[in-house]
Structures are given as structure tokens and as C-alpha cells.
Design a protein around this ligand. Structure first.
Ligand SMILES: [Zn+2]
Ligand SMILES: [Zn+2]
Length: 257
């Protein structure tokens, strides 16, 4: 009895609070408060298809409804409508009109502690069980370091080389014979890639020198593209109602001189 009392008093002083039950009550109260907060937010951060928290949140560009990427992609195999509002996303290529929603995914990860770590762990186990290499290049020490709800998702995102970005399919062809055709004309890249990135890519492949990228012009619908445009911008403004891939032509700027 005496020992028990001693322990109780010790715990109480460790907590820096007068009475033990009050500390416990406060903890319980905070936990309840957190759960209630989360509950009121749940409709906004869960996927209507799987009823779970959003994983790889992906938004329909037209109506802005959001689902897990895998849930939405699976749904669009047999449908071309939004599962929530049933708007027709696109008659033949609905997958081109959905977009990874990084902001929403960050919110979900911040509100639901450990969701990200659990998800990464679950994915790793999936590949490990099948003896396959883990496709997302996260440093080995990343998850172990990130304990508790303070973990930021930026580390994981920064290290995935934009693979979780929205992707764009592009066909790159030489417009004139002055520059040779590339052996692989079809590329798939992040929608955040800029025209300058593409010029550097072409300069490296065609001119064998990335530094010569300023000598390359890239055209869409016969119009020279500005160097700072992202391919997302080009798709939306120049290729909106055309079927993928986005067709771009390159030529040497010197051709015209
Ligand atoms: Zn889902
Ligand atoms: Zn919708």
C-alpha cells in the first residue's frame, strides 16, 4: 500500500501536475477532442469508393471530386463518369482528366497520424512478400527517423523523382531533317516538366550535348512554345480536346537563321 502510494505520488510529480486522475482525464479529453475533430472532417478526407482515408489522393479535374488513385483508376476501367456526381469525365480518355492532388494528400497525412508510415510500410511489405524491389526510392532510414505525427510527407515526395505527380504522355518528333529523329519518340513524364527540361532532354539525345539546349525550339500546333511553360500548361491550353499523346515537334533554332 505504502509503495503504491509512493509510486502514485512520483507519477503525479513527474507529470508536473497535482493529481494523477486529472492528468489522465486531460489526456482522455484531448484524445476525444482529436477524434471528434477528425470525425467531422472524415467526409472530406475519405474515399467514397473504399471508405478509407485517401491514399494517393486523385481529383477529377472537371468536378473536383477526390478519390484514392487506385480506386479511381480501377473505376475508370469500366466507366467514364465520376463516382460521386456521375459527370462524364471524358468519353474515351477519362484517365487524362484526373490529377494527383498533393495538397489534399498532405492534409490527410497531417490529420491522420501514422497513416503515411503505415501506408509506406504496407506497400513495402507487398513488394517484399513478392520478392520485388520497392519502386519508390525512399532512403532506408527515412521511415525509422519519422516517428510520431510530426513526420512531413515532403521527404517521401522529394525522393520519388516526381513519379507520384500527374504524368503526361508525349510524342516528340523532329520537324525538319536538320535534327535527327530520336530512337524513342514516346516519353512519359511529370506534368510539372517545363519546355526547357524537354529542350535539355532533346539536346542530350540529339545533339549529344545538354548545354546546347538553347539551340532547340519546341513546337505545338506549329507554334513555338515558351521556355517556362509546363507540359501541364501546354496540355490544357494547346491540347485540351485532342487525344493523347501530346504531339510536340522540335527543330534547330539555327534552321531559320
Ligand atoms: Zn479509395
Ligand atoms: Zn464528381
Amino acid at each position: 500500500m505504502g509503495i503504491e502510494h509512493e509510486q502514485l505520488r512520483k507519477t503525479s510529480t513527474e507529470e508536473g501536475d497535482g493529481s494523477h486522475w486529472l492528468v489522465q482525464f486531460r489526456r482522455l479529453f484531448h484524445e476525444m477532442e482529436r477524434r471528434i475533430r477528425l470525425k467531422t472532417l472524415n467526409p472530406y478526407i475519405t474515399c467514397k469508393i473504399c471508405k478509407g482515408y485517401l491514399i494517393d489522393a486523385t481529383t477529377v479535374i472537371e468536378c473536383l471530386h477526390t478519390f484514392c488513385k487506385s480506386c479511381l483508376v480501377k473505376h475508370l476501367e469500366d466507366n467514364n463518369t465520376c463516382p460521386t456526381c456521375e459527370i462524364v469525365i471524358h468519353q474515351s480518355h477519362p484517365l487524362q482528366y484526373i490529377s494527383y492532388d498533393r495538397t489534399m494528400q498532405d492534409i490527410v497525412y497531417k490529420l491522420v497520424p501514422n497513416l503515411q508510415q503505415n501506408e509506406v510500410r504496407r506497400e513495402r511489405d507487398f513488394y517484399k512478400k513478392r520478392g520485388m524491389p520497392y519502386p519508390k526510392t525512399i532512403p532506408n532510414n527515412c521511415i525509422e527517423k519519422e516517428t510520431g505525427s510530426q513526420s512531413s510527407s515532403s521527404k517521401v515526395e522529394d525522393s520519388d523523382y516526381h513519379r507520384s505527380d500527374e504524368q503526361v504522355n508525349i510524342l516528340l518528333e523532329a520537324q525538319t531533317t536538320a535534327l535527327k529523329q530520336m530512337r524513342r519518340k514516346f516519353i512519359r513524364c511529370s506534368a510539372q516538366v517545363t519546355v526547357t527540361h524537354l529542350k535539355k532532354f532533346i539536346a542530350k539525345k540529339v545533339l549529344n550535348n545538354m548545354d546546347k539546349y538553347r539551340e532547340v525550339d519546341i513546337l505545338c500546333n506549329e507554334e513555338v512554345l515558351g521556355k517556362d511553360h509546363t507540359v501541364k500548361f501546354v496540355c490544357v491550353t494547346r491540347w485540351r480536346f485532342k487525344d493523347p499523346p501530346l504531339k510536340l515537334y522540335y527543330r534547330s533554332r539555327l534552321d531559320l537563321a
